[in-house]
Design a protein around this ligand. Structure first.
Ligand SMILES: Cc1cc2nc3c(=O)[nH]c(=O)nc-3n(C[C@H](O)[C@H](O)[C@H](O)COP(=O)(O)O)c2cc1C
Length: 330
């Protein structure tokens, strides 16, 4: 198990894992934390409606996850402040507001990417959350929406929000089309424009600016970090999680030993046992680990064994041990 007392507790946006709905749940975050002490982890987006009126517990987390940021979806400052406070009480270290999601459902609720055209409101929301919690509060945004895609528009938005006290922006370096493209297409179709994010940092040097979108290697991260304060990776880390194991050494000048993939696996066993004894399903943890052996001989057999057996009644560690036996570590 991870010892929460020795985990890094200071959030740094230098390297973070993107909030991803249905992916970055608490089990996923624990698995990622095993491989990197310093990476800032994000929750999935949780709407204020879910927190204030929902029946489930959407703020579950493990003490070992620190540093971890709660991403909220919403636009009413009062609701966001109340939700942020609930997050603080549950141990989240930072709050982030989603101003990047283009889905119809989100637009109907008047939040997500469409808030880029309401800089004043976003600024008010940030201020309300900061006042309520005293925590760092950041915004995750795009470089534009629909035809509002000029650099001047982006600067106007960032300027208005920064004026109300937001000092950290994570920028997904492509615009969002609010109609016509699905959320998935909106992650690939609009072209990336990293230069625009670099320019933003030049024009707002006092702000912490992190870049997101299409980044796949730590070499690329190092290049971005020459111009910016932070990098955020999403899909690449999820599909190839072992990339994370070098992050502390490469990007945080850490000098702890890098765990092998099998050591990572071993460190997950006590957590899985504990979760199973608390009533969690094995498959809900195992699904995030399918990519652990990516690129190694036997990785496909590992994935297949887990997928075919992980959902069966009574599945546990032994399924994982058997799956891992197919892998030859290089
Ligand atoms: C399955 C999935 C779910 C996502 N859910 C969210 C979300 O809840 N909040 C958010 O701000 N972005 C969400 N995103 C977008 C990512 O945070 C990120 O901005 C995007 O994937 C681009 O980064 P990447 O190219 O490194 O993956 C999601 C992306 C994926 C693939």
């Amino acid at each position: 198990m991870i010892n929460p007392d020795t985990a890094c507790i200071y959030p740094s946006n230098r390297f973070s894992i993107a909030p991803m709905l249905d992916w970055t749940d608490r089990h996923c975050r624990y698995f990622h934390r095993v491989m990197s002490k310093n990476t800032l982890l994000y929750s999935e987006m949780v709407t204020t409606g879910a927190i204030l009126y929902g029946k489930g517990d959407y703020l579950q987390k493990d003490a070992a996850e620190h540093p971890v940021c709660l991403q909220l979806g919403g636009s009413a400052p009062v609701d966001l402040a109340t939700s942020a406070l609930a997050g603080k009480e549950r141990g989240f270290d930072e709050i982030n507001l989603n101003v990047g999601c283009p889905s119809d459902r989100v637009q109907n609720g008047r939040f997500g990417a469409c808030l880029m055209s309401e800089g004043e409101l976003v600024g008010d929301a940030i201020k309300a959350m900061k006042d309520a919690t005293g925590l760092p509060v950041s915004v995750k945004t795009r470089i534009g929406i629909d035809d509002l895609d000029s650099y001047a528009f982006l600067c106007d938005f960032v300027g208005k929000v920064a004026e109300k006290g937001c000092d950290t922006f994570v920028v997904h370096a492509r615009k969002a089309w609010l109609s016509g493209l699905s959320p998935k297409q909106n992650r690939d179709v609009p072209p990336l424009d990293y230069e625009r994010v670099y320019q933003l940092k030049k024009d707002f040097p006092q702000l912490t600016i992190a870049i997101n979108g299409g980044i796949k290697t730590l070499d690329e991260c190092e290049t971005h970090l020459q111009y910016l304060d932070g990098v955020m990776l999403g899909r690449e880390i999820y599909t190839n999680p072992y990339l994370l194991s070098s992050v502390d050494q490469r990007l945080f000048a850490g000098n702890e030993k890098i765990l092998t993939r099998f050591e990572v696996l071993e460190k997950m066993y006590p957590y899985i046992e504990q979760q199973l004894s608390n009533g969690a399903y094995f498959k809900h943890v195992a699904r995030h680990m399918l990519g652990l052996f990516q690129g190694l001989p036997g990785a496909r057999a590992w994935r297949r064994h887990l997928s075919e057996n992980g959902h069966l009644p009574g599945a546990g560690i032994e399924v994982m041990e058997k799956a891992a036996a197919f892998v030859v570590e290089g």
